[in-house]
Design a protein around this ligand. Structure first.
Ligand code: GAF
Length: 380
Protein backbone atom coordinates (compact mmCIF):
# COMPACT_ATOMS: atom_id res chain seq x y z
CA UNK A 1 0.00 0.00 0.00
CA UNK A 2 1.34 3.46 -0.78
CA UNK A 3 1.32 6.21 1.83
CA UNK A 4 -1.21 8.01 -0.37
CA UNK A 5 -4.21 6.14 1.05
CA UNK A 6 -3.34 7.25 4.57
CA UNK A 7 -2.59 10.84 3.50
CA UNK A 8 -5.81 10.96 1.51
CA UNK A 9 -7.85 9.70 4.46
CA UNK A 10 -6.29 11.74 7.25
CA UNK A 11 -4.15 14.50 5.71
CA UNK A 12 -0.93 13.35 7.40
CA UNK A 13 1.56 10.51 6.93
CA UNK A 14 1.30 7.15 8.68
CA UNK A 15 3.88 6.47 11.41
CA UNK A 16 4.33 2.78 10.57
CA UNK A 17 2.70 -0.18 8.84
CA UNK A 18 2.38 -3.94 9.42
CA UNK A 19 1.49 -6.69 7.00
CA UNK A 20 -0.11 -10.01 8.00
CA UNK A 21 -0.96 -12.86 5.62
CA UNK A 22 -3.97 -15.07 5.06
CA UNK A 23 -3.32 -18.81 5.14
CA UNK A 24 -4.04 -22.13 3.57
CA UNK A 25 -4.20 -25.14 5.81
CA UNK A 26 -2.23 -28.00 4.26
CA UNK A 27 -4.00 -30.46 6.56
CA UNK A 28 -5.55 -30.68 10.05
CA UNK A 29 -9.06 -29.26 9.62
CA UNK A 30 -11.45 -28.53 12.50
CA UNK A 31 -8.84 -30.04 14.80
CA UNK A 32 -7.77 -26.77 16.47
CA UNK A 33 -10.78 -26.55 18.81
CA UNK A 34 -10.29 -30.23 19.69
CA UNK A 35 -6.76 -29.61 21.03
CA UNK A 36 -5.41 -31.41 17.95
CA UNK A 37 -2.89 -30.74 15.21
CA UNK A 38 -2.74 -28.64 12.03
CA UNK A 39 -0.22 -27.68 9.37
CA UNK A 40 -0.94 -24.25 7.84
CA UNK A 41 1.21 -22.14 5.52
CA UNK A 42 1.00 -18.38 4.94
CA UNK A 43 -0.37 -17.01 1.69
CA UNK A 44 1.35 -14.36 -0.40
CA UNK A 45 -1.90 -12.40 0.09
CA UNK A 46 -2.69 -10.45 3.23
CA UNK A 47 -3.63 -7.19 4.88
CA UNK A 48 -1.48 -4.11 5.45
CA UNK A 49 -2.41 -1.78 8.30
CA UNK A 50 -0.98 1.74 8.40
CA UNK A 51 -1.32 3.61 11.66
CA UNK A 52 -0.62 6.93 13.37
CA UNK A 53 -1.32 7.85 16.99
CA UNK A 54 -3.92 10.31 18.28
CA UNK A 55 -4.23 11.62 21.82
CA UNK A 56 -7.99 12.17 22.05
CA UNK A 57 -9.16 8.62 22.77
CA UNK A 58 -10.72 8.26 19.32
CA UNK A 59 -10.14 5.57 16.71
CA UNK A 60 -10.73 6.35 13.07
CA UNK A 61 -10.56 3.41 10.68
CA UNK A 62 -10.86 3.33 6.92
CA UNK A 63 -10.29 0.72 4.23
CA UNK A 64 -8.90 0.94 0.70
CA UNK A 65 -11.54 -1.64 -0.31
CA UNK A 66 -14.60 -0.11 1.34
CA UNK A 67 -15.97 3.43 1.49
CA UNK A 68 -17.55 3.08 4.94
CA UNK A 69 -15.08 4.63 7.39
CA UNK A 70 -15.75 4.62 11.14
CA UNK A 71 -14.93 7.04 13.94
CA UNK A 72 -15.50 5.82 17.51
CA UNK A 73 -14.40 6.83 21.01
CA UNK A 74 -12.39 3.89 22.37
CA UNK A 75 -14.18 4.14 25.69
CA UNK A 76 -17.45 3.24 23.94
CA UNK A 77 -16.18 -0.02 22.44
CA UNK A 78 -18.13 -3.08 23.56
CA UNK A 79 -18.48 -6.51 21.90
CA UNK A 80 -20.37 -6.13 18.63
CA UNK A 81 -20.63 -2.34 18.85
CA UNK A 82 -19.16 -1.92 15.34
CA UNK A 83 -20.22 -4.25 12.53
CA UNK A 84 -18.63 -5.31 9.22
CA UNK A 85 -14.90 -5.16 8.40
CA UNK A 86 -14.31 -2.34 10.89
CA UNK A 87 -15.51 -4.60 13.72
CA UNK A 88 -12.37 -6.72 13.26
CA UNK A 89 -10.22 -3.58 13.46
CA UNK A 90 -11.78 -1.95 16.52
CA UNK A 91 -12.16 -5.44 18.05
CA UNK A 92 -8.37 -5.59 18.29
CA UNK A 93 -8.26 -2.20 20.05
CA UNK A 94 -11.00 -3.44 22.40
CA UNK A 95 -8.98 -6.62 23.11
CA UNK A 96 -5.81 -4.63 23.89
CA UNK A 97 -7.86 -2.41 26.20
CA UNK A 98 -9.38 -5.47 27.89
CA UNK A 99 -5.84 -6.83 28.39
CA UNK A 100 -5.09 -3.69 30.45
CA UNK A 101 -3.29 -1.57 27.85
CA UNK A 102 -3.93 2.16 27.62
CA UNK A 103 -5.14 3.05 24.11
CA UNK A 104 -4.58 6.79 23.54
CA UNK A 105 -6.31 6.87 20.13
CA UNK A 106 -5.23 6.26 16.54
CA UNK A 107 -5.95 6.53 12.84
CA UNK A 108 -5.79 3.33 10.75
CA UNK A 109 -6.03 2.53 7.06
CA UNK A 110 -6.23 -1.12 6.04
CA UNK A 111 -5.60 -2.55 2.59
CA UNK A 112 -6.34 -6.21 1.97
CA UNK A 113 -5.76 -8.67 -0.86
CA UNK A 114 -7.27 -11.84 0.68
CA UNK A 115 -10.70 -12.43 -0.87
CA UNK A 116 -13.36 -12.15 1.85
CA UNK A 117 -15.33 -15.34 2.56
CA UNK A 118 -12.85 -17.46 0.60
CA UNK A 119 -11.81 -19.62 3.56
CA UNK A 120 -8.32 -18.10 3.34
CA UNK A 121 -8.47 -16.20 6.65
CA UNK A 122 -9.05 -12.65 5.51
CA UNK A 123 -10.34 -11.80 8.99
CA UNK A 124 -7.29 -13.22 10.81
CA UNK A 125 -5.00 -11.33 8.41
CA UNK A 126 -6.88 -8.13 9.23
CA UNK A 127 -6.80 -8.72 12.99
CA UNK A 128 -3.12 -9.69 13.04
CA UNK A 129 -1.98 -6.75 10.86
CA UNK A 130 -3.84 -4.35 13.15
CA UNK A 131 -2.56 -6.11 16.30
CA UNK A 132 1.06 -5.91 15.12
CA UNK A 133 0.75 -2.27 14.06
CA UNK A 134 -0.97 -1.15 17.27
CA UNK A 135 1.48 -3.04 19.47
CA UNK A 136 4.39 -1.43 17.62
CA UNK A 137 2.86 2.06 17.58
CA UNK A 138 2.32 2.15 21.33
CA UNK A 139 5.41 0.07 22.25
CA UNK A 140 3.35 -2.52 24.12
CA UNK A 141 6.02 -5.23 23.87
CA UNK A 142 3.60 -8.04 22.99
CA UNK A 143 5.03 -11.47 22.27
CA UNK A 144 3.80 -13.38 19.19
CA UNK A 145 1.58 -15.39 21.57
CA UNK A 146 0.10 -12.13 22.92
CA UNK A 147 -0.66 -10.94 19.39
CA UNK A 148 -2.42 -14.23 18.64
CA UNK A 149 -4.46 -13.93 21.84
CA UNK A 150 -5.50 -10.35 21.13
CA UNK A 151 -6.42 -11.17 17.52
CA UNK A 152 -8.44 -14.20 18.65
CA UNK A 153 -10.28 -12.19 21.28
CA UNK A 154 -11.26 -9.71 18.58
CA UNK A 155 -12.67 -12.57 16.49
CA UNK A 156 -14.25 -14.66 19.27
CA UNK A 157 -15.35 -12.09 21.83
CA UNK A 158 -15.77 -8.83 19.93
CA UNK A 159 -17.07 -10.01 16.52
CA UNK A 160 -18.53 -13.15 18.10
CA UNK A 161 -17.33 -15.94 15.76
CA UNK A 162 -16.36 -19.00 17.86
CA UNK A 163 -13.23 -20.08 15.92
CA UNK A 164 -10.17 -21.91 17.23
CA UNK A 165 -6.59 -20.59 17.17
CA UNK A 166 -5.55 -21.88 13.73
CA UNK A 167 -5.90 -18.78 11.60
CA UNK A 168 -4.35 -16.20 13.91
CA UNK A 169 -1.48 -18.57 14.81
CA UNK A 170 -0.75 -19.15 11.13
CA UNK A 171 -0.91 -15.44 10.29
CA UNK A 172 1.52 -14.49 13.07
CA UNK A 173 3.93 -17.45 13.10
CA UNK A 174 4.31 -18.83 9.57
CA UNK A 175 7.56 -18.40 7.65
CA UNK A 176 8.59 -18.36 3.99
CA UNK A 177 9.10 -21.75 2.28
CA UNK A 178 7.77 -23.59 5.34
CA UNK A 179 4.59 -24.93 6.79
CA UNK A 180 3.95 -24.63 10.52
CA UNK A 181 3.05 -27.67 12.60
CA UNK A 182 0.87 -26.60 15.53
CA UNK A 183 -0.10 -28.67 18.56
CA UNK A 184 -3.15 -26.82 19.89
CA UNK A 185 -2.93 -28.40 23.35
CA UNK A 186 0.55 -27.19 24.22
CA UNK A 187 0.59 -24.44 21.53
CA UNK A 188 4.04 -25.78 20.63
CA UNK A 189 4.92 -25.13 17.01
CA UNK A 190 7.53 -26.55 14.67
CA UNK A 191 8.63 -25.38 11.24
CA UNK A 192 8.21 -28.00 8.55
CA UNK A 193 10.10 -27.64 5.25
CA UNK A 194 7.83 -27.20 2.25
CA UNK A 195 10.12 -26.58 -0.68
CA UNK A 196 7.64 -27.12 -3.49
CA UNK A 197 9.78 -25.46 -6.16
CA UNK A 198 12.69 -27.75 -5.45
CA UNK A 199 10.42 -30.77 -5.91
CA UNK A 200 8.92 -29.47 -9.16
CA UNK A 201 5.55 -28.99 -7.49
CA UNK A 202 2.91 -26.29 -7.24
CA UNK A 203 0.28 -25.81 -4.57
CA UNK A 204 -2.78 -24.49 -6.37
CA UNK A 205 -5.36 -22.51 -4.43
CA UNK A 206 -8.82 -22.80 -5.97
CA UNK A 207 -11.14 -20.13 -4.62
CA UNK A 208 -14.50 -21.58 -5.62
CA UNK A 209 -16.30 -18.24 -5.12
CA UNK A 210 -18.90 -20.10 -3.04
CA UNK A 211 -18.82 -17.75 -0.08
CA UNK A 212 -18.63 -19.32 3.35
CA UNK A 213 -19.95 -17.73 6.50
CA UNK A 214 -18.70 -19.23 9.73
CA UNK A 215 -21.09 -17.15 11.79
CA UNK A 216 -24.15 -18.91 10.41
CA UNK A 217 -24.27 -21.55 13.13
CA UNK A 218 -22.94 -24.66 11.36
CA UNK A 219 -19.38 -24.09 12.63
CA UNK A 220 -20.61 -23.64 16.21
CA UNK A 221 -22.73 -26.78 15.78
CA UNK A 222 -19.65 -28.82 14.80
CA UNK A 223 -17.82 -27.52 17.87
CA UNK A 224 -20.71 -28.51 20.12
CA UNK A 225 -20.92 -31.98 18.54
CA UNK A 226 -17.20 -32.57 19.11
CA UNK A 227 -17.49 -31.42 22.73
CA UNK A 228 -20.50 -33.70 23.27
CA UNK A 229 -18.70 -36.71 21.74
CA UNK A 230 -15.71 -36.11 24.02
CA UNK A 231 -18.00 -35.83 27.03
CA UNK A 232 -19.77 -39.11 26.20
CA UNK A 233 -16.40 -40.79 25.77
CA UNK A 234 -15.19 -39.44 29.11
CA UNK A 235 -12.18 -37.57 27.70
CA UNK A 236 -11.38 -33.85 27.96
CA UNK A 237 -11.10 -33.46 24.17
CA UNK A 238 -11.29 -35.68 21.09
CA UNK A 239 -7.52 -35.20 20.86
CA UNK A 240 -7.34 -37.68 23.70
CA UNK A 241 -8.52 -40.51 21.45
CA UNK A 242 -5.83 -41.80 19.11
CA UNK A 243 -5.97 -44.11 16.13
CA UNK A 244 -5.61 -47.21 18.34
CA UNK A 245 -8.51 -46.15 20.53
CA UNK A 246 -10.78 -45.19 17.63
CA UNK A 247 -12.62 -48.48 17.07
CA UNK A 248 -13.50 -48.80 20.77
CA UNK A 249 -14.59 -45.17 20.96
CA UNK A 250 -16.84 -45.52 17.91
CA UNK A 251 -18.53 -48.55 19.48
CA UNK A 252 -19.35 -46.53 22.56
CA UNK A 253 -20.92 -43.66 20.59
CA UNK A 254 -24.45 -44.67 19.64
CA UNK A 255 -25.39 -41.44 17.84
CA UNK A 256 -24.30 -41.86 14.19
CA UNK A 257 -23.68 -38.12 13.73
CA UNK A 258 -21.39 -37.92 16.77
CA UNK A 259 -19.66 -41.09 15.62
CA UNK A 260 -18.86 -39.53 12.25
CA UNK A 261 -17.67 -36.27 13.81
CA UNK A 262 -15.36 -38.11 16.22
CA UNK A 263 -14.01 -40.32 13.44
CA UNK A 264 -13.07 -37.26 11.39
CA UNK A 265 -11.19 -35.61 14.25
CA UNK A 266 -9.27 -38.73 15.28
CA UNK A 267 -8.31 -39.71 11.72
CA UNK A 268 -7.50 -36.10 10.75
CA UNK A 269 -5.09 -35.79 13.67
CA UNK A 270 -3.41 -39.03 12.56
CA UNK A 271 -3.22 -37.80 8.94
CA UNK A 272 -1.68 -34.52 10.06
CA UNK A 273 1.02 -36.28 12.07
CA UNK A 274 1.70 -38.58 9.13
CA UNK A 275 1.95 -35.61 6.73
CA UNK A 276 4.54 -33.98 8.99
CA UNK A 277 6.48 -37.24 9.18
CA UNK A 278 6.60 -37.46 5.39
CA UNK A 279 7.70 -33.83 4.93
CA UNK A 280 10.28 -33.98 7.72
CA UNK A 281 11.61 -37.25 6.33
CA UNK A 282 12.72 -35.18 3.33
CA UNK A 283 11.06 -37.69 1.06
CA UNK A 284 9.07 -36.73 -2.01
CA UNK A 285 6.30 -34.29 -0.97
CA UNK A 286 4.09 -36.03 -3.56
CA UNK A 287 3.66 -38.71 -0.91
CA UNK A 288 1.36 -36.43 1.11
CA UNK A 289 -1.13 -36.39 -1.78
CA UNK A 290 -3.09 -39.43 -0.62
CA UNK A 291 -3.37 -37.94 2.89
CA UNK A 292 -4.76 -34.68 1.48
CA UNK A 293 -7.42 -36.53 -0.48
CA UNK A 294 -8.34 -38.73 2.50
CA UNK A 295 -8.74 -35.53 4.54
CA UNK A 296 -11.17 -34.16 1.97
CA UNK A 297 -13.23 -37.35 1.92
CA UNK A 298 -13.42 -37.30 5.72
CA UNK A 299 -14.46 -33.63 5.78
CA UNK A 300 -17.08 -34.33 3.10
CA UNK A 301 -18.57 -37.54 4.47
CA UNK A 302 -17.89 -37.56 8.21
CA UNK A 303 -17.66 -33.90 9.16
CA UNK A 304 -20.08 -32.74 6.46
CA UNK A 305 -18.53 -29.32 5.87
CA UNK A 306 -17.84 -29.54 2.14
CA UNK A 307 -20.13 -28.39 -0.66
CA UNK A 308 -20.75 -29.05 -4.35
CA UNK A 309 -18.17 -26.51 -5.54
CA UNK A 310 -15.39 -27.82 -3.27
CA UNK A 311 -16.11 -31.43 -4.24
CA UNK A 312 -16.04 -30.51 -7.93
CA UNK A 313 -12.73 -28.66 -7.58
CA UNK A 314 -11.16 -31.62 -5.76
CA UNK A 315 -12.46 -34.37 -8.05
CA UNK A 316 -11.54 -32.47 -11.21
CA UNK A 317 -8.03 -31.72 -9.94
CA UNK A 318 -7.55 -35.39 -9.03
CA UNK A 319 -8.88 -36.56 -12.41
CA UNK A 320 -6.37 -34.27 -14.13
CA UNK A 321 -3.33 -35.67 -12.35
CA UNK A 322 -3.12 -33.78 -9.03
CA UNK A 323 -1.23 -35.80 -6.38
CA UNK A 324 -3.73 -34.73 -3.77
CA UNK A 325 -6.45 -32.14 -3.23
CA UNK A 326 -8.77 -31.07 -0.45
CA UNK A 327 -10.95 -28.28 0.83
CA UNK A 328 -9.01 -25.93 3.11
CA UNK A 329 -10.30 -23.89 6.04
CA UNK A 330 -13.67 -24.07 7.71
CA UNK A 331 -15.62 -25.22 4.63
CA UNK A 332 -19.27 -24.62 3.65
CA UNK A 333 -17.78 -22.88 0.59
CA UNK A 334 -14.43 -21.16 0.27
CA UNK A 335 -11.28 -22.68 -1.20
CA UNK A 336 -9.63 -25.97 -2.08
CA UNK A 337 -5.93 -26.73 -2.56
CA UNK A 338 -4.36 -29.11 -5.07
CA UNK A 339 -0.79 -30.42 -5.11
CA UNK A 340 0.29 -30.70 -8.74
CA UNK A 341 3.46 -31.17 -10.78
CA UNK A 342 4.43 -27.76 -12.12
CA UNK A 343 4.11 -29.13 -15.64
CA UNK A 344 0.42 -29.94 -14.90
CA UNK A 345 -0.48 -26.49 -13.55
CA UNK A 346 -2.17 -25.27 -16.71
CA UNK A 347 -3.95 -28.56 -17.39
CA UNK A 348 -5.43 -28.71 -13.86
CA UNK A 349 -6.37 -25.02 -13.93
CA UNK A 350 -8.10 -25.36 -17.31
CA UNK A 351 -9.89 -28.54 -16.30
CA UNK A 352 -11.26 -27.01 -13.10
CA UNK A 353 -12.36 -23.87 -14.96
CA UNK A 354 -13.99 -26.06 -17.60
CA UNK A 355 -15.81 -28.22 -15.05
CA UNK A 356 -17.21 -25.14 -13.28
CA UNK A 357 -18.35 -23.66 -16.60
CA UNK A 358 -20.05 -26.91 -17.56
CA UNK A 359 -21.81 -27.04 -14.19
CA UNK A 360 -22.87 -23.40 -14.72
CA UNK A 361 -21.05 -22.30 -11.57
CA UNK A 362 -19.28 -18.97 -11.11
CA UNK A 363 -15.73 -19.18 -12.48
CA UNK A 364 -13.26 -20.01 -9.69
CA UNK A 365 -10.12 -17.94 -9.09
CA UNK A 366 -7.06 -20.22 -9.24
CA UNK A 367 -3.47 -19.34 -8.39
CA UNK A 368 -0.25 -21.11 -7.45
CA UNK A 369 1.32 -20.23 -4.10
CA UNK A 370 4.61 -20.60 -2.31
CA UNK A 371 4.50 -20.34 1.51
CA UNK A 372 5.02 -16.70 2.47
CA UNK A 373 6.15 -14.80 5.57
CA UNK A 374 4.04 -14.28 8.70
CA UNK A 375 3.09 -10.93 10.26
CA UNK A 376 5.85 -8.31 10.15
CA UNK A 377 6.52 -4.61 10.14
CA UNK A 378 6.58 -3.43 6.53
CA UNK A 379 10.04 -1.85 6.58
CA UNK A 380 11.69 -4.93 8.14
C1 GAF B 1 -11.84 -21.70 10.44
C2 GAF B 1 -11.58 -21.37 11.89
F1 GAF B 1 -11.39 -20.03 12.03
C3 GAF B 1 -10.35 -22.12 12.42
O1 GAF B 1 -10.23 -21.87 13.80
C4 GAF B 1 -10.44 -23.62 12.12
O2 GAF B 1 -11.32 -24.25 13.00
C5 GAF B 1 -10.82 -23.85 10.67
O3 GAF B 1 -11.98 -23.12 10.30
C6 GAF B 1 -11.08 -25.30 10.38
O4 GAF B 1 -9.89 -26.04 10.53
O5 GAF B 1 -10.81 -21.23 9.62
Amino acid sequence: MSDDAFEAAYGRPAELAWHAPGRVNIIGEHTDYNDGFALPAALPLGVTAQVAARDDGVIRASSVQDDDAVTVPIVDLAPGSVQGWAGYVVGVIWAFREAGHHMPGLDIVVDGSVPIGSGLSSSAALECAVAGAVDDLFGLGSTPADLITVARRAENDYVGVPTGALDQSASVLCREAEALFIDFRSMDTRRVPLDLDGAGLRLLVIDTQARHQLADGEYAKRRAECARAAELLGVPMLRDIDDDGLAGALERLTDPVLRRRARHIVTENARTLQTVRVLEGQGDPRAIGALLLASHVSLRDDFEVSCRELDLAVSTAMDTGAHGARMTGGGFGGSAIALVDDTDTDAVTDAVQGAFAEAELTAPVIFAMQPARGAHRCDE
